[in-house]
Design a binder for this molecule. Structure first.
Ligand code: PLP
Length: 381
């Protein structure tokens, strides 16, 4: 079948091989422990569910404004001092905001600097816009200033900053964010700040947003989501906050793409903003505890930087690879042998690593690591 070159050039998600394998093994009756998940296990808070159901019962089932419900946009704008509802666009998850941003900001041949390892969809979405992702390796998962500065060319349009980071869990310190803001200002670049994991920072850190840097507000777009923050991934509500002309351009695209986000889901999002902050704080504490457990195991088994955010570990597994094995081979063998699923680093542009999610019940996490440890020790012995 002849399909467009645009879609042929995009890679199928590297995790598909694993989804198929997991399904086959489950079909054979194997007990699979899934540490490959990209969402928190917490149930969606009942207040959010009730508000969504009430909206449905009231008949909030019609088309709404393309850019999102006015009340939701206004409520979100309050978290961006000096910006109003015209600076906010609600979309079907932050994934759609990101897709839209690359479409409205980039022309073919333009470049976007992408600190790597990076979340799977960034590079493919940049390709879909006909532009070029320029991967810049991080150092111990932190930004490498010299390498970033050297990557800027006359074609560079934007730099993507994802902190807390998927897949590494890295949180960038304020001085690095200030440096990025200054670089963007000097080099006339856009900053796309993906803050999907803003709520998940540990060690008494506060989430630092690039929005704090007033001088770059005309070149900054902050991308956030209700998905992870309120355990409502299936609602598909995310948002972008940025200069009004950019938000209008995103709205124009969205008007031809999907129109408004599901009306009653937006009512659920509105209720999320009124949620008792103690709920999310409890989740954060729970995840910090699981991070400690997971990191304890991962340090023994691999080489593992201690992350401060999101809910992933991204250990270097080089010492465990045998006879030219790749991380993808390692993850497939681990799944076959132990029934534990992780994501190979290749999915994130990084060899010799795996991503392990610890946003699972504690007993599942411990059981998963025990199986891994048993198998790896048997191999070593
Ligand atoms: N950005 C990052 C870094 C992510 O990890 C994800 C989801 O895994 C997204 C954006 C998209 O999330 P959503 O579309 O559910 O808001």
């Amino acid at each position: 079948m002849r399909l467009s070159r645009r879609i042929e050039d995009i890679e199928v998600s590297r995790t598909v091989r694993f989804t198929t394998l997991i399904e086959r093994l489950r079909g054979e009756g194997r007990d699979i422990i899934n540490l490959a998940v990209g969402e928190p296990e917490f149930p969606t808070p009942p207040e959010i569910v009730a508000a969504t159901q009430a909206a449905l019962a009231r008949g909030e089932t019609r088309y709404g404004p393309v850019a999102g419900m006015d009340r939701l946009r206004s409520a979100l704008a309050e978290t961006f001092d000096g910006w109003g509802p015209g600076n906010i666009l609600i979309a079907n998850g932050s994934k759609q905001i990101l897709y839209g941003l690359f479409q409205v900001l980039l022309d073919p041949g333009d470049e976007v600097i992408l600190p790597t390892p990076h979340w799977v969809s960034f590079s493919q979405q940049i390709h879909l816009a006909g532009a070029c992702p320029v991967m810049v390796d991080t150092r111990r998962h932190q930004l490498d200033r010299r390498a970033l500065a050297a990557a800027v060319t006359p074609r560079t349009r934007a730099i993507l900053v994802n902190s807390p980071n998927n897949p590494t869990g890295a949180v960038y310190p304020p001085q690095d964010l200030a440096w990025i803001a200054d670089l963007a200002h000097r080099q006339d670049l856009w900053i796309i700040a993906d803050e999907a994991y803003a709520f998940f920072v540990y060690d008494d850190l506060d989430h630092q947003s690039l929005f704090a840097h007033e001088a770059i507000r005309d070149r900054l777009v902050v991308v956030r989501s209700f998905s992870k923050s309120f355990s409502m991934t299936g609602f598909r509500v995310g948002y972008g906050a940025g200069p009004e002309p950019l938000i209008r351009a995103l709205g124009k695209l969205q008007s031809h793409l999907t129109g408004n986000v599901c009306t009653f889901a937006q009512h659920g999002a509105l209720a999320a903003l009124d949620l008792d902050p103690a709920i999310v704080q409890k989740w954060r504490l729970e995840l910090a505890g699981k991070r400690a457990i997971a990191h304890g195991y991962a340090e023994r088994l691999f080489t593992c930087v201690r992350p401060q955010g999101a809910f992933y570990l991204f250990p270097d597994i080089s010492a465990r690879l045998r006879n030219g094995q790749t991380a993808e081979d390692f993850a497939a063998a681990l799944l076959e042998k132990t029934g534990v699923a992780v994501v190979p680093g290749e999915a994130f542009g990084a060899k010799n690593h795996i991503r392990i999610s610890y946003a699972v019940p504690e007993e599942t996490l411990v059981a998963g690591f025990e199986r891994m440890e048993g198998a790896l020790n048997r191999e070593a012995g």
